[in-house]
Design a protein around this ligand. Structure first.
Ligand code: CP3
Length: 341
């Protein structure tokens, strides 16, 4: 009989654990042949996200293949954005049409009930909780408002985010109206994930690091805080992850998370010091270390485990999502190294 592995939940709540739990951002992804096979069955990436049986299948693949300590719902941060009023495609990067550029564009956006607009997300979660009951916890997730607004305003990824920043600095009232509307959508979308069975929630704020600390306090902290405060009474651990954001750690204190995800740019002891030792930290192997030999990967993993012991708690992860062309054996070597650390 398999016993439920609650290591991730205990570490995320700040309890002392015998070793850090390990999971990998984008762990269900193109580097796995099994993922590519299931995606081909679904047709394309969006078709996979919208098919609960197949989305649950790829969510479970890394649990079985790698033996990681948590599952993360297979979906995308832009799934709840599409029904706000966009045509959305992935090639594989996301494209949203039409982009939001004016006050009228923001007014036009809908605030749909997520259980009606994206029911497949909740059906996937319910299937997963049944199938994972004797295995590992299920992490739900969403995008933070600034990062979602970045895609809505640019219409796609961007190098400098000039249209987003043009809106923030040139027409802050419209920017706040967009962030407010997105916050309302995300509060409902994520609370419903927890009600459906998600046992932790991670907010991805991939593009927050493009801001200076004052702008981050103005355009990010209040909105992230509203979402996490709304989720707080539901009792699940709350994780906030931003990339290239070491200059924002002071202000991040105001976001109301339990766990802060870090990229690879600073050692975890320094990340924790800059967060005043108040948070469990998650991270932070450079995803590109997975191109090195299994011996090098294991050595770097052990260093990160040692660094993590200097924080109030540690969840092992990469510093950003896994890349599509890393060898699966190298990923297995990483998981084995963390488990024996
Ligand atoms: O971690 C997981 O395994 C859960 C699944 C997950 C995906 N996207 C699947 C996905 C999660 C948590 C995300 C979050 C996400 N999506 C973020 C934040 C995290 C980050 O990476 O910074 C962002 C910015 C997006 C938007 C997005 N979706 C981009 C920029 C891309 C293209 C990236 C690429 O691989 O070229 C996607 C597509 C996407 N989302 C894929 C996957 C597995 C690749 C699609 C495919 O199978 O072809």
């Amino acid at each position: 009989v398999n016993r439920f592995n609650d290591l991730y939940l205990r570490a995320a709540r700040g309890e002392k654990t015998e070793r850090p739990p390990v999971w990998i951002m984008r762990q269900a992804g193109r580097y796995l042949p099994e993922y590519r096979a299931t995606r081909a069955k679904a047709g394309d990436f969006l078709g996979l996200c919208k098919n609960p049986e197949l989305a649950a299948e790829v969510t479970i693949q890394p649990i079985e293949i790698l033996g990681v300590d948590a599952a993360i719902l297979f979906s995308d941060i832009l799934i709840p954005v599409e029904p706000m009023g966009f045509a959305m495609t992935f090639d594989p990067s996301p494209v949203l049409d039409p982009p939001v550029r004016s006050r009228a564009d923001v007014e036009r956006l809908r605030v749909p009930d997520p259980e009606e607009s994206v029911p497949f997300v909740y059906e996937t979660i319910r299937i997963l909780r049944r199938e994972l009951a004797s295995r590992v916890p299920l992490i739900g997730f969403g995008g933070a408002p600034l990062t979602l607004a970045a895609y809505m305003v640019e219409g796609k990824g961007s190098k400098n985010f000039d249209k987003l920043k043009g809106l923030l600095y040139g027409d802050p009232r419209t920017a706040h109206a967009l962030l407010d509307k997105t916050t309302v959508v995300m509060e409902r979308y994520l609370a419903a994930q927890v009600r459906a069975g998600a046992q932790a929630i991670q907010l991805f704020d991939t593009w927050a690091g493009i801001l200076d600390p004052d702008s981050y306090e103005t355009f990010v902290v209040p909105y992230v805080r509203r979402i996490l405060d709304a989720l707080r009474p539901l009792g699940v651990p709350l994780v906030y992850f931003a990339v290239d954001a070491a200059h924002l750690y002071d202000a991040m204190d105001g976001c109301g998370a339990d766990v802060i995800g870090a990229d690879w740019r600073l050692p975890l002891s320094e990340v924790s010091r800059r967060l005043s030792g108040k948070f469990v930290v998650q991270g932070n192997l450079d995803p590109c270390v997975l191109y090195a030999s299994p011996e090098t990967i294991a050595a770097r993993a052990r260093e990160i485990v040692t660094e993590g012991r200097k924080a109030p708690g540690h969840v092992f992860n990469l510093g950003h999502g896994i890349l599509p062309d890393v060898p699966v054996d190298h990923v297995k070597a990483l998981v084995a190294a963390v488990k024996s650390a």
